[in-house]
Design a protein around this ligand. Structure first.
Ligand code: SF4
Length: 467
């Protein structure tokens, strides 16, 4: 970057044209989280330092690399920040190669979970990248745009004249109070809606980090094992800004697992209730840590949906995940949420190395018994940085010639091929929603035309197996 001596004024935040579920590094892979939370956070910091910022999600706009090149010519950014996903790494970064000539005076910064473990190798492959952000990227980014000397900025990998340098990791802060309010002027808020009500929906950062290190999960390597919450006063203030300035009352509370500290959750809920905010929100939680009191308070504060990873209905498989989950505790958590009338989105993961036809059947039986409002059966992907990835590599359980060295999307178990696992999931995803009792119960709960349309469209997709 030091060789690119220019007066920095404009920053262009980009979601590349490749379609993917989620570009933010969240334990929310089940929720199509298209809101560019991390870019909005960085834009907020940049504006505080007087920069002009712009954002484009080319996939959402159905635009191509040619539109990206056009925007680069017009906006002429001093910094380009690319949010990269592990899943689409090659496609995402290929746009830099195509834009090479337009980027001569632009500092290219990349951000994404994939850089936490592999930044050196990726920068070697892509000389167009000047700086890759690693952990606690907001703090590093702020120092970069403040022109601090790169060698003194922790948590980055950078290259100057093909010489690559990785600075030491950044120490995890004790809380999340350093995070700015998201820059909601960066986007058209009305185009990010809650799927079933079509109300504008935003996100609020609440918690990061997880002390566990589950077999398949990257969260502890991305957000650290240190569980950090954000000050509830700041959260209330940000919610009020959303209501008063943007007319947004629907939120996703971003958390790797909000219920790791029930006292905090209860305090936040009480504060929302006391302030009479009248909001709706969904969040991510460990189901076994939910108790009756927390569930009731969550409901009273406006929580309408909890997304949770149940993973398997086989205790044997659950034990292999290192998630420390127990089928009986799962049932109790589900019961508490159902009694509080909070909907549950249960996520199941099939295809881990020890999966058999019998364990998959146990999972489906358990899912029907829990009978949550939503359920998704996913095929496990092994991401670099997980124990799963190392296991697959060592035991050669990847079935495809995988072009992306940072993720094995097609793996098998010892007893089942990847095709068999995929077919099981397809059937379970379909059959779960086509149960007559489920259809009847859901139909009775529909209370608006918008919801009717949403459920009808979803139903048609399920019939066509198009999801
Ligand atoms: S409990 Fe496991 S799956 Fe959930 S965030 Fe922590 S490490 Fe990931």
């Amino acid at each position: 970057m030091d060789s690119k001596k220019i007066k920095r004024q404009r920053i262009f935040f980009v979601y590349p044209p490749a379609q993917t579920i989620n570009r933010d590094d969240e334990c929310l892979s089940d929720i199509p989280m298209t809101l560019p939370v991390d870019m909005m956070s960085l834009s907020s910091l940049a504006k505080k330092r007087g920069y002009e910022t712009k954002f484009c999600d080319y996939a959402k706009k159905n635009e191509t690399v040619y539109d990206f090149l056009r925007d680069l010519r017009v906006f002429k950014p001093d910094f380009l920040v690319l949010n990269v996903s592990a899943e689409k790494l090659k496609e995402d970064l290929s746009i830099l190669t195509q834009a090479r000539e337009l980027l001569e005076d632009t500092v290219v910064i990349t951000k994404g979970a994939v850089f936490n473990n592999n930044s050196y190798g990726i920068l070697q492959q892509y000389p167009e990248i000047d700086i890759a952000l690693r952990n606690e990227f907001e703090l590093s980014f702020d120092e970069i745009i403040e022109y601090k000397n790169l060698k003194d900025i922790k948590g980055i990998t950078y290259q100057i004249n093909n010489k690559i340098t990785s600075t030491p990791d950044r120490k995890t802060p004790d809380n999340l109070d350093y995070l700015p309010f998201l820059d909601r002027d960066l986007i058209d808020n009305n185009s990010y809606q809650r799927p079933d009500t079509k109300e504008p929906q935003s996100a609020i950062r609440v918690q990061k980090g997880c002390p566990l290190d589950c077999f398949f999960c990257t969260i502890s390597s991305i957000n650290g094992k240190n569980v950090r919450y954000r000050n509830t006063d700041l959260i209330i203030k940000e919610i009020k800004e959303c209501i008063n300035k943007y007319n947004i009352r629907d939120f996703i509370f971003l958390a790797d697992s909000i219920t790791l500290d029930n006292n905090y959750v209860q305090r936040l809920c009480r504060q929302i209730i006391r302030n009479n905010l009248k909001i709706n929100f969904s969040t991510n939680a460990r189901i076994d840590l939910i108790n009756k009191e927390t569930a009731l308070l969550l409901k009273k504060a406006g929580c309408n949906l909890i997304t949770t990873g149940i993973e398997s209905g086989s205790q044997k498989i659950l034990d292999k995940t290192d998630k420390n989950l127990n089928l009986e505790r799962i049932k109790e958590g589900v019961k508490a949420l159902k009694e509080a009338k909070i909907q549950i989105y249960a996520c199941y993961l099939t295809g881990l190395p020890w999966e058999t036809k019998e364990t998959i059947k146990e999972t489906y039986k358990f899912a029907k018994e829990l009978n949550t409002q939503f359920a998704s059966f996913y095929t496990a992907s092994a991401l670099k940085g997980t124990k799963y990835y190392d296991y697959i590599t060592k035991n050669r359980l990847s079935e495809a010639n995988c072009e992306n060295p940072y993720i094995y999307p097609i793996t098998r178990s010892y007893g089942l091929s990847s095709d068999e696992i995929y077919d099981f999931n397809k059937k379970m995803n379909r059959n779960y929603y086509l149960r007559p009792n489920y259809i009847l119960k859901t139909a009775l709960e529909i209370n608006s035309v918008t919801k009717l349309k949403y459920y009808f469209d979803t139903f048609i997709k399920i019939i066509k197996n198009d999801f």
